[in-house]
Write a protein that binds this ligand. Structure first.
Ligand SMILES: Cc1ncc(COP(=O)(O)O)c(C=O)c1O
Length: 349
């Protein structure tokens, strides 16, 4: 068992959190004259004059049933990006401590670390985009507090090997943060089911991908209750706005619709991957468990520009490690994918 409290920064250990009006009185009936809101209502229509629930309790109650975890094990943030930043702030002493990442991977881990002046140890994935497990374990230092593992990984798209992840969780005294932003696009089980076995495990998920709600910025962290209580202690009091909360509450009634859309995306993804692999300008299509496809092409920069000229915007990943000459294609709707393929097939004509 990891001693979670001992991992915290000293100032966070003794922090007295802000107590909002809605922390101090939690009832819903009465004349509310405690939060300096506008009692006359909101200027645009929509009853937006009151502060939202600072603890997003209804969302947590619903997620708790769906994910089979207690509400105390759920943090709701302004996107999972908020949780990534809060982990740096809670656990890593600026200028002294470090996180580990495995590039090529999601860019925000390093950016959040850089903003917080936290050192970043980079242990690249292998050239098949898997974890170099022993190398990871050998590079852990006394000051390494967090290891970020993105599975399925962005930008490669693939799931990372479960046994490798398990070995890291078992050999590290800090927190292992598994980012499952794309988990809905795979048949693999979420690491949420392992939270009871490992108190140093954190799972990030988001409403931005499978749920199609990137605009309203809601993400989750699932972890041991001590970890979650720390995130709640240091977050902005009303970190998820009420409009977003209501949309999520409603969305959670439509899980079957989400699953149906995910199946449609997977169908289009597999079709697009197959079609891309037949094009002469494509050298390799990497296998994916996500809603995007990484492909190595003959001349990434020129193909990227050519697509832009044709008003098709993809992500050029060719300047990051192990992704030389690689473009990342988000799976679009059928007609969008067909247009992409048509334009790509005419490249160089
Ligand atoms: C791996 C990964 N994690 C997290 C995020 C951000 O998620 P959110 O929109 O919940 O902040 C992204 C966004 O692209 C991502 O690729």
């Amino acid at each position: 068992m990891t001693n979670i409290k001992s991992l915290l920064r000293e100032n966070i250990k003794c922090l007295k959190p802000y107590s909002s009006a809605r922390d101090e009185y939690t009832g819903s009936i009465g004349i509310f004259l405690d939060a300096n809101e506008n009692s006359f209502g909101s200027i645009p229509a929509g009853d937006l004059n009151r502060y939202p629930d600072p603890h997003q309790q209804e969302i947590k109650r619903k997620l708790s049933k769906i994910k089979n975890v207690n509400v105390e094990n759920i943090f709701i943030g302004n996107g999972s990006d908020e949780a990534i930043d809060l982990f740096m702030r809670a656990f890593c002493e600026p200028g002294k401590e470090s996180i580990m990442i495995m590039p090529p991977t999601y860019g925000m881990y390093k950016v959040a670390a850089d903003i917080n002046n936290v050192n970043v140890i980079e242990v690249p994935l292998t050239n098949t985009f898997q974890i170099a497990t022993d190398y990871v374990i050998n590079n852990i230092t006394q000051s390494t507090k967090l290891i970020f593992i993105c599975s399925p990984n962005n930008p490669s798209g693939n799931l990372l090997d479960r046994k490798s992840i398990l070995k890291i969780v078992n050999n590290f005294n800090g927190l292992v943060v598994i980012d499952e932003a794309y988990i809905d696009f795979t048949a693999e089980e979420s690491w949420i089911s392992e939270l009871k076995s490992f108190n140093n495990l954190v799972v990030l998920q988001t409403f931005s991908k499978a749920w199609g709600l990137a605009n309203i910025r809601v993400g989750m962290a699932y972890a041991n209750e001590i970890i979650i209580s720390v995130l709640n202690k240091i977050k902005y009091p009303y970190n998820v706005n009420g409009v977003s909360q209501q949309i999520i509450i409603d969305a959670l009634e439509s899980e079957s619709k989400k699953n149906e859309v995910v199946n449609r995306i997977i169908f289009q993804r597999d079709k697009l991957a197959e079609a891309l692999s037949t094009l002469s300008i494509i050298e390799e299509v990497f296998s994916t468990d996500s809603n995007f496809i990484l492909a190595r092409v003959k001349d990434a920069n020129n193909i990227y520009d050519y697509l832009l000229e044709n008003k098709i915007i993809v992500r050029n990943r060719s300047n990051i490690i192990n992704c030389k000459e690689c473009l990342r294609f988000t799976v679009g709707r059928e007609e969008e994918n067909n247009k992409l393929l048509e334009i790509l097939s005419k490249y160089g004509e």
